[in-house]
Design a protein around this ligand. Structure first.
Ligand SMILES: Cc1cc2nc3c(=O)[nH]c(=O)nc-3n(C[C@H](O)[C@H](O)[C@H](O)COP(=O)(O)O)c2cc1C
Length: 413
Protein backbone atom coordinates (compact mmCIF):
# COMPACT_ATOMS: atom_id res chain seq x y z
CA UNK A 1 0.00 0.00 0.00
CA UNK A 2 2.91 2.37 0.67
CA UNK A 3 3.87 2.25 -3.03
CA UNK A 4 0.43 3.49 -4.09
CA UNK A 5 0.24 7.22 -4.71
CA UNK A 6 -2.06 9.06 -2.32
CA UNK A 7 -4.29 12.08 -2.38
CA UNK A 8 -3.07 14.48 0.27
CA UNK A 9 -4.91 17.55 1.56
CA UNK A 10 -2.88 20.11 3.45
CA UNK A 11 -4.34 21.03 6.82
CA UNK A 12 -6.09 24.35 7.39
CA UNK A 13 -4.44 27.09 9.42
CA UNK A 14 -5.47 27.16 13.08
CA UNK A 15 -7.26 30.45 12.44
CA UNK A 16 -9.56 28.79 9.89
CA UNK A 17 -11.40 27.14 12.74
CA UNK A 18 -12.20 29.86 15.23
CA UNK A 19 -14.68 28.91 17.90
CA UNK A 20 -18.09 29.89 16.57
CA UNK A 21 -19.33 29.80 20.15
CA UNK A 22 -17.15 32.66 21.33
CA UNK A 23 -18.97 35.02 18.96
CA UNK A 24 -22.40 33.86 20.01
CA UNK A 25 -24.45 36.17 22.23
CA UNK A 26 -24.55 35.01 25.82
CA UNK A 27 -27.97 33.58 26.60
CA UNK A 28 -29.38 32.94 30.04
CA UNK A 29 -28.96 29.28 30.99
CA UNK A 30 -32.20 27.38 30.52
CA UNK A 31 -32.89 24.06 32.19
CA UNK A 32 -32.51 21.10 29.85
CA UNK A 33 -34.87 18.17 29.81
CA UNK A 34 -33.11 15.03 28.69
CA UNK A 35 -35.21 12.04 27.78
CA UNK A 36 -33.90 8.49 27.61
CA UNK A 37 -32.70 7.57 24.14
CA UNK A 38 -34.10 4.51 22.46
CA UNK A 39 -31.73 2.51 20.22
CA UNK A 40 -34.04 -0.08 18.73
CA UNK A 41 -34.97 -2.31 21.66
CA UNK A 42 -32.32 -0.82 23.96
CA UNK A 43 -33.04 2.11 26.23
CA UNK A 44 -30.22 4.40 27.29
CA UNK A 45 -31.78 6.05 30.35
CA UNK A 46 -29.19 8.83 30.67
CA UNK A 47 -28.22 9.90 27.14
CA UNK A 48 -24.50 10.16 27.79
CA UNK A 49 -22.04 8.09 25.81
CA UNK A 50 -18.46 7.20 26.61
CA UNK A 51 -17.05 7.82 23.14
CA UNK A 52 -14.87 4.96 21.93
CA UNK A 53 -11.16 5.65 22.37
CA UNK A 54 -8.51 3.23 21.16
CA UNK A 55 -6.17 2.31 23.98
CA UNK A 56 -8.47 3.84 26.58
CA UNK A 57 -12.03 2.48 26.66
CA UNK A 58 -11.32 -1.15 27.49
CA UNK A 59 -13.61 -2.71 30.07
CA UNK A 60 -11.67 -1.64 33.17
CA UNK A 61 -12.05 2.02 32.25
CA UNK A 62 -15.66 1.54 31.15
CA UNK A 63 -16.50 -0.09 34.48
CA UNK A 64 -15.06 2.87 36.39
CA UNK A 65 -17.05 5.32 34.26
CA UNK A 66 -20.25 3.30 34.59
CA UNK A 67 -19.88 3.13 38.37
CA UNK A 68 -20.01 6.92 38.45
CA UNK A 69 -22.69 7.30 35.80
CA UNK A 70 -24.95 4.30 35.70
CA UNK A 71 -27.47 4.31 32.85
CA UNK A 72 -25.24 5.75 30.13
CA UNK A 73 -23.75 4.00 27.10
CA UNK A 74 -20.12 2.97 27.40
CA UNK A 75 -18.59 2.01 24.05
CA UNK A 76 -15.53 -0.22 23.65
CA UNK A 77 -12.62 0.98 21.57
CA UNK A 78 -12.83 0.21 17.88
CA UNK A 79 -12.27 -3.34 16.69
CA UNK A 80 -10.95 -3.80 13.18
CA UNK A 81 -13.46 -6.00 11.36
CA UNK A 82 -10.75 -7.93 9.62
CA UNK A 83 -8.91 -8.56 12.89
CA UNK A 84 -12.09 -9.93 14.42
CA UNK A 85 -12.71 -12.16 11.42
CA UNK A 86 -9.10 -13.38 11.67
CA UNK A 87 -9.66 -13.92 15.42
CA UNK A 88 -6.67 -11.82 16.27
CA UNK A 89 -6.16 -12.36 20.03
CA UNK A 90 -5.70 -8.65 20.70
CA UNK A 91 -8.99 -7.86 18.96
CA UNK A 92 -10.75 -10.62 20.88
CA UNK A 93 -9.46 -9.24 24.17
CA UNK A 94 -10.93 -5.85 23.26
CA UNK A 95 -14.31 -7.51 22.70
CA UNK A 96 -14.58 -8.62 26.33
CA UNK A 97 -17.02 -7.10 28.76
CA UNK A 98 -17.27 -7.06 32.53
CA UNK A 99 -20.31 -8.80 34.03
CA UNK A 100 -21.48 -5.48 35.47
CA UNK A 101 -21.76 -3.76 32.09
CA UNK A 102 -25.43 -3.22 31.36
CA UNK A 103 -25.22 -2.53 27.63
CA UNK A 104 -22.38 -4.32 25.91
CA UNK A 105 -21.41 -1.87 23.22
CA UNK A 106 -18.81 -2.66 20.52
CA UNK A 107 -17.48 -0.44 17.80
CA UNK A 108 -16.47 -1.99 14.49
CA UNK A 109 -14.16 -0.40 11.98
CA UNK A 110 -14.17 -1.67 8.45
CA UNK A 111 -13.76 -0.47 4.87
CA UNK A 112 -14.78 -3.63 3.13
CA UNK A 113 -18.55 -4.17 3.49
CA UNK A 114 -18.17 -7.92 3.11
CA UNK A 115 -15.53 -8.26 5.85
CA UNK A 116 -17.45 -5.92 8.13
CA UNK A 117 -20.57 -7.98 7.57
CA UNK A 118 -18.61 -11.12 8.51
CA UNK A 119 -17.41 -9.41 11.68
CA UNK A 120 -20.99 -8.42 12.52
CA UNK A 121 -22.03 -12.02 11.91
CA UNK A 122 -19.47 -13.18 14.50
CA UNK A 123 -20.76 -10.60 16.98
CA UNK A 124 -24.31 -11.83 16.45
CA UNK A 125 -23.66 -15.57 16.31
CA UNK A 126 -21.45 -15.52 19.38
CA UNK A 127 -23.66 -13.12 21.34
CA UNK A 128 -20.71 -10.79 21.79
CA UNK A 129 -22.54 -7.47 22.17
CA UNK A 130 -25.89 -5.75 22.62
CA UNK A 131 -25.08 -2.74 20.42
CA UNK A 132 -22.77 -2.15 17.46
CA UNK A 133 -21.40 1.26 16.55
CA UNK A 134 -19.68 1.79 13.21
CA UNK A 135 -16.60 3.97 13.03
CA UNK A 136 -16.68 6.60 10.28
CA UNK A 137 -14.87 9.22 12.30
CA UNK A 138 -11.28 8.14 12.64
CA UNK A 139 -8.87 10.76 11.16
CA UNK A 140 -5.64 8.81 11.66
CA UNK A 141 -3.59 8.68 8.40
CA UNK A 142 -3.05 4.92 8.72
CA UNK A 143 -6.84 4.53 8.54
CA UNK A 144 -7.86 7.26 6.07
CA UNK A 145 -5.17 6.35 3.54
CA UNK A 146 -7.01 3.05 3.21
CA UNK A 147 -10.30 4.87 2.71
CA UNK A 148 -11.46 4.02 6.25
CA UNK A 149 -12.82 5.99 9.18
CA UNK A 150 -13.68 9.57 8.32
CA UNK A 151 -12.66 9.08 4.66
CA UNK A 152 -15.37 6.50 3.99
CA UNK A 153 -18.58 8.61 3.95
CA UNK A 154 -17.16 10.39 0.90
CA UNK A 155 -17.69 7.18 -1.08
CA UNK A 156 -21.42 6.88 -0.74
CA UNK A 157 -21.61 3.49 -2.44
CA UNK A 158 -19.29 1.69 0.02
CA UNK A 159 -20.65 3.66 2.96
CA UNK A 160 -24.24 2.73 2.10
CA UNK A 161 -23.43 -0.91 1.42
CA UNK A 162 -21.42 -1.31 4.61
CA UNK A 163 -24.17 0.02 6.87
CA UNK A 164 -26.81 -1.90 4.95
CA UNK A 165 -24.98 -5.21 5.33
CA UNK A 166 -24.19 -4.76 9.02
CA UNK A 167 -27.76 -3.73 9.82
CA UNK A 168 -29.09 -6.71 7.83
CA UNK A 169 -27.09 -9.01 10.12
CA UNK A 170 -27.61 -7.21 13.43
CA UNK A 171 -31.20 -6.05 13.26
CA UNK A 172 -32.86 -9.48 13.14
CA UNK A 173 -30.85 -10.34 16.27
CA UNK A 174 -32.19 -7.25 18.04
CA UNK A 175 -28.80 -5.54 18.01
CA UNK A 176 -29.11 -1.86 17.15
CA UNK A 177 -26.47 -0.37 14.86
CA UNK A 178 -25.35 3.25 15.12
CA UNK A 179 -22.86 5.33 13.14
CA UNK A 180 -20.19 7.76 14.30
CA UNK A 181 -19.16 10.37 11.77
CA UNK A 182 -17.24 13.63 11.36
CA UNK A 183 -18.28 16.77 9.47
CA UNK A 184 -16.35 15.70 6.39
CA UNK A 185 -12.87 15.43 5.03
CA UNK A 186 -12.42 19.20 5.05
CA UNK A 187 -14.79 22.14 4.58
CA UNK A 188 -14.69 21.73 0.81
CA UNK A 189 -15.67 18.09 1.18
CA UNK A 190 -18.34 17.96 3.88
CA UNK A 191 -20.31 14.76 4.14
CA UNK A 192 -22.15 14.76 7.46
CA UNK A 193 -25.68 15.64 6.37
CA UNK A 194 -25.71 13.13 3.56
CA UNK A 195 -23.90 10.51 5.64
CA UNK A 196 -26.35 10.97 8.50
CA UNK A 197 -29.24 10.61 6.12
CA UNK A 198 -27.83 7.49 4.48
CA UNK A 199 -27.15 5.93 7.88
CA UNK A 200 -30.72 6.62 8.96
CA UNK A 201 -32.18 5.25 5.71
CA UNK A 202 -30.07 2.11 6.01
CA UNK A 203 -31.37 1.43 9.50
CA UNK A 204 -28.90 3.04 11.89
CA UNK A 205 -30.72 3.80 15.14
CA UNK A 206 -28.68 6.90 16.02
CA UNK A 207 -25.83 8.99 14.66
CA UNK A 208 -22.99 10.56 16.64
CA UNK A 209 -21.32 13.60 15.12
CA UNK A 210 -17.83 14.66 16.14
CA UNK A 211 -18.14 18.17 14.77
CA UNK A 212 -14.72 18.47 13.22
CA UNK A 213 -13.42 17.57 9.78
CA UNK A 214 -10.66 15.03 9.21
CA UNK A 215 -8.33 17.92 8.38
CA UNK A 216 -9.12 19.53 11.72
CA UNK A 217 -8.16 16.30 13.45
CA UNK A 218 -8.30 17.37 17.14
CA UNK A 219 -7.33 21.02 16.61
CA UNK A 220 -9.39 24.17 17.12
CA UNK A 221 -12.92 23.62 18.37
CA UNK A 222 -15.70 21.23 17.57
CA UNK A 223 -18.25 23.35 15.66
CA UNK A 224 -21.42 22.54 17.57
CA UNK A 225 -23.60 24.38 15.06
CA UNK A 226 -23.09 21.41 12.76
CA UNK A 227 -24.58 19.14 15.41
CA UNK A 228 -27.66 21.38 15.40
CA UNK A 229 -27.81 21.13 11.60
CA UNK A 230 -27.65 17.35 11.72
CA UNK A 231 -30.28 17.20 14.44
CA UNK A 232 -32.62 19.28 12.27
CA UNK A 233 -31.90 16.99 9.30
CA UNK A 234 -32.54 13.58 10.90
CA UNK A 235 -35.35 11.73 12.62
CA UNK A 236 -33.12 9.28 14.51
CA UNK A 237 -31.43 10.48 17.73
CA UNK A 238 -28.27 12.54 17.32
CA UNK A 239 -25.45 12.44 19.85
CA UNK A 240 -23.24 15.52 19.84
CA UNK A 241 -19.52 15.04 20.29
CA UNK A 242 -16.46 17.21 20.67
CA UNK A 243 -15.00 19.35 23.44
CA UNK A 244 -17.22 18.51 26.37
CA UNK A 245 -14.86 18.99 29.29
CA UNK A 246 -17.39 19.35 32.10
CA UNK A 247 -21.07 19.02 32.89
CA UNK A 248 -21.76 22.65 31.99
CA UNK A 249 -20.38 22.03 28.49
CA UNK A 250 -22.77 19.11 28.10
CA UNK A 251 -25.72 21.30 29.09
CA UNK A 252 -24.55 24.02 26.74
CA UNK A 253 -24.23 21.63 23.83
CA UNK A 254 -27.76 20.37 24.38
CA UNK A 255 -29.13 23.91 24.62
CA UNK A 256 -27.28 25.06 21.52
CA UNK A 257 -27.95 22.09 19.28
CA UNK A 258 -31.03 20.30 20.58
CA UNK A 259 -29.06 17.04 20.38
CA UNK A 260 -30.59 14.00 22.04
CA UNK A 261 -27.46 13.09 23.97
CA UNK A 262 -23.77 13.79 24.28
CA UNK A 263 -20.66 11.69 23.69
CA UNK A 264 -17.58 12.26 25.83
CA UNK A 265 -14.05 11.40 24.73
CA UNK A 266 -10.97 13.16 26.08
CA UNK A 267 -12.88 14.99 28.82
CA UNK A 268 -13.14 11.84 30.91
CA UNK A 269 -9.51 10.79 30.55
CA UNK A 270 -8.40 10.56 34.16
CA UNK A 271 -11.86 11.77 35.21
CA UNK A 272 -14.35 8.88 35.13
CA UNK A 273 -16.47 10.86 37.62
CA UNK A 274 -17.37 13.24 34.79
CA UNK A 275 -20.24 10.83 34.05
CA UNK A 276 -21.67 11.44 37.52
CA UNK A 277 -21.43 15.18 37.00
CA UNK A 278 -23.20 15.03 33.64
CA UNK A 279 -25.89 12.73 34.97
CA UNK A 280 -26.47 15.17 37.83
CA UNK A 281 -26.58 18.10 35.42
CA UNK A 282 -29.08 16.33 33.17
CA UNK A 283 -31.25 15.64 36.21
CA UNK A 284 -31.22 19.30 37.20
CA UNK A 285 -28.85 18.86 40.15
CA UNK A 286 -25.92 21.21 40.83
CA UNK A 287 -23.95 18.51 42.63
CA UNK A 288 -20.49 17.98 41.09
CA UNK A 289 -17.75 15.55 42.09
CA UNK A 290 -14.15 16.74 42.10
CA UNK A 291 -12.30 14.19 44.23
CA UNK A 292 -9.31 14.89 46.43
CA UNK A 293 -6.03 13.07 45.89
CA UNK A 294 -6.94 10.37 48.41
CA UNK A 295 -9.98 9.44 46.34
CA UNK A 296 -8.04 9.70 43.08
CA UNK A 297 -5.47 7.33 44.58
CA UNK A 298 -8.26 4.89 45.41
CA UNK A 299 -9.49 5.06 41.80
CA UNK A 300 -5.96 4.48 40.45
CA UNK A 301 -5.59 1.44 42.72
CA UNK A 302 -8.87 0.00 41.52
CA UNK A 303 -8.07 0.80 37.89
CA UNK A 304 -4.77 -1.09 38.28
CA UNK A 305 -6.55 -4.13 39.74
CA UNK A 306 -9.17 -4.18 36.98
CA UNK A 307 -6.48 -3.87 34.30
CA UNK A 308 -4.61 -6.80 35.83
CA UNK A 309 -7.77 -8.85 35.46
CA UNK A 310 -8.19 -7.57 31.88
CA UNK A 311 -4.65 -8.76 31.07
CA UNK A 312 -5.28 -12.16 32.68
CA UNK A 313 -3.05 -11.46 35.66
CA UNK A 314 -0.16 -9.95 33.70
CA UNK A 315 0.78 -7.07 36.02
CA UNK A 316 3.43 -5.68 33.69
CA UNK A 317 0.95 -5.23 30.86
CA UNK A 318 -1.61 -3.80 33.27
CA UNK A 319 0.78 -1.31 34.79
CA UNK A 320 2.11 -0.23 31.41
CA UNK A 321 -1.46 0.34 30.18
CA UNK A 322 -2.16 2.29 33.37
CA UNK A 323 0.71 4.76 32.86
CA UNK A 324 -1.14 7.11 30.54
CA UNK A 325 -4.17 7.02 32.84
CA UNK A 326 -1.99 7.92 35.84
CA UNK A 327 -0.65 10.93 33.95
CA UNK A 328 -4.26 12.01 33.32
CA UNK A 329 -5.38 11.27 36.90
CA UNK A 330 -2.56 13.35 38.37
CA UNK A 331 -2.88 16.23 35.90
CA UNK A 332 -2.78 19.52 37.80
CA UNK A 333 -2.12 17.98 41.23
CA UNK A 334 0.96 19.49 42.91
CA UNK A 335 2.73 16.15 43.35
CA UNK A 336 6.05 17.01 41.72
CA UNK A 337 8.00 15.58 38.83
CA UNK A 338 9.74 12.89 40.86
CA UNK A 339 6.40 11.34 41.90
CA UNK A 340 5.17 11.31 38.33
CA UNK A 341 8.46 9.75 37.22
CA UNK A 342 8.24 7.11 39.97
CA UNK A 343 4.72 6.16 38.78
CA UNK A 344 5.97 5.87 35.20
CA UNK A 345 8.67 3.46 36.35
CA UNK A 346 6.27 1.11 38.15
CA UNK A 347 6.25 -2.48 36.89
CA UNK A 348 3.97 -4.24 39.38
CA UNK A 349 0.80 -3.60 41.35
CA UNK A 350 2.89 -3.38 44.51
CA UNK A 351 5.00 -0.64 42.91
CA UNK A 352 1.85 1.30 42.04
CA UNK A 353 0.34 0.86 45.49
CA UNK A 354 3.56 2.02 47.15
CA UNK A 355 3.47 5.22 45.10
CA UNK A 356 -0.21 5.76 45.89
CA UNK A 357 0.54 5.39 49.61
CA UNK A 358 3.03 8.23 49.32
CA UNK A 359 0.45 10.70 47.96
CA UNK A 360 -1.02 13.28 50.32
CA UNK A 361 -4.69 12.26 50.40
CA UNK A 362 -5.86 15.67 51.64
CA UNK A 363 -4.88 17.60 48.53
CA UNK A 364 -8.03 18.96 46.91
CA UNK A 365 -8.76 18.56 43.20
CA UNK A 366 -6.86 21.39 41.48
CA UNK A 367 -9.36 24.07 40.38
CA UNK A 368 -7.28 25.04 37.36
CA UNK A 369 -7.89 21.69 35.63
CA UNK A 370 -11.57 21.29 36.55
CA UNK A 371 -13.60 21.09 33.35
CA UNK A 372 -10.59 22.17 31.27
CA UNK A 373 -9.41 20.62 27.96
CA UNK A 374 -7.08 17.63 28.06
CA UNK A 375 -5.71 14.99 25.69
CA UNK A 376 -4.93 15.37 22.00
CA UNK A 377 -5.32 18.87 20.63
CA UNK A 378 -3.40 19.09 17.38
CA UNK A 379 -4.42 19.71 13.77
CA UNK A 380 -3.58 17.15 11.13
CA UNK A 381 -0.61 18.19 9.08
CA UNK A 382 -2.06 16.48 6.05
CA UNK A 383 -5.05 14.30 5.28
CA UNK A 384 -3.97 11.11 3.59
CA UNK A 385 -6.48 9.50 1.24
CA UNK A 386 -6.28 6.80 -1.40
CA UNK A 387 -5.12 8.20 -4.73
CA UNK A 388 -7.92 9.96 -6.61
CA UNK A 389 -10.34 9.49 -3.67
CA UNK A 390 -11.93 12.92 -4.04
CA UNK A 391 -12.45 12.70 -7.80
CA UNK A 392 -15.79 10.96 -7.47
CA UNK A 393 -18.35 10.16 -4.76
CA UNK A 394 -18.48 6.51 -5.81
CA UNK A 395 -15.80 3.88 -6.37
CA UNK A 396 -14.71 2.21 -9.56
CA UNK A 397 -14.18 -1.54 -9.75
CA UNK A 398 -10.41 -0.98 -9.74
CA UNK A 399 -10.57 1.25 -6.68
CA UNK A 400 -12.48 -1.40 -4.78
CA UNK A 401 -9.95 -4.04 -5.71
CA UNK A 402 -7.10 -1.86 -4.49
CA UNK A 403 -8.90 -0.99 -1.27
CA UNK A 404 -10.23 -4.32 -0.25
CA UNK A 405 -7.11 -6.28 -1.00
CA UNK A 406 -5.31 -4.53 1.83
CA UNK A 407 -7.35 -4.04 4.97
CA UNK A 408 -5.23 -3.60 8.10
CA UNK A 409 -4.95 -6.77 10.13
CA UNK A 410 -4.06 -5.17 13.42
CA UNK A 411 -6.53 -4.54 16.18
CA UNK A 412 -6.01 -0.84 16.77
CA UNK A 413 -4.82 2.33 15.15
C1 LIG B 1 -6.91 8.47 22.19
C2 LIG B 1 -8.14 8.52 21.33
C3 LIG B 1 -8.60 7.36 20.74
C4 LIG B 1 -9.76 7.40 19.95
N1 LIG B 1 -10.23 6.23 19.41
C5 LIG B 1 -11.41 6.24 18.76
C6 LIG B 1 -12.01 5.02 18.32
O1 LIG B 1 -11.49 3.92 18.54
N2 LIG B 1 -13.20 5.10 17.66
C7 LIG B 1 -13.82 6.31 17.42
O2 LIG B 1 -14.89 6.34 16.82
N3 LIG B 1 -13.28 7.47 17.85
C8 LIG B 1 -12.12 7.46 18.53
N4 LIG B 1 -11.63 8.62 19.03
C9 LIG B 1 -12.41 9.86 18.90
C10 LIG B 1 -13.30 10.08 20.15
O3 LIG B 1 -14.25 9.05 20.28
C11 LIG B 1 -14.06 11.42 20.06
O4 LIG B 1 -14.88 11.39 18.93
C12 LIG B 1 -13.11 12.59 19.95
O5 LIG B 1 -12.06 12.50 20.88
C13 LIG B 1 -13.86 13.91 20.14
O6 LIG B 1 -14.52 13.95 21.36
P1 LIG B 1 -13.87 14.71 22.65
O7 LIG B 1 -13.65 16.15 22.25
O8 LIG B 1 -14.90 14.55 23.72
O9 LIG B 1 -12.57 14.05 22.93
C14 LIG B 1 -10.46 8.61 19.77
C15 LIG B 1 -9.98 9.78 20.37
C16 LIG B 1 -8.84 9.74 21.15
C17 LIG B 1 -8.37 11.00 21.80
Amino acid sequence: MTDTPETVITAPRETDNLDPRTDAPVRPAEPVHMAPVQLGGITVPTPVVLSPMAGVTNWPFRVLCEEYGPDGLYVAEMITARALVARNPKALRLCRFAPSEKIRSLQLYGVNPSITEQAARIVVDEGMADHVDLNFGCPVPKVTRRGGGSALPWKTDIFTELIHRVVAVCEPAGIPVTAKIRVGIDHDHETFLQAGHIAQEEGAKAVTLHARTTAEYYGGHSDWSRIGELKAHLDVPVFGNGDIWGAEDALEMVRETGCDGVAIGRGCQGRPWLFANIKNAFEGSDERINPNLGEVGRIIRRHAELLTEFYDGDETMAVHDLRKHIAWYLKGFPVGGSTRKAFMECETLDDVNRQIDRLDPTIEYPPRVIDKPRGRVRFAKKVHLPYGWLDSRTTTHEERETLFGDDPMDASY
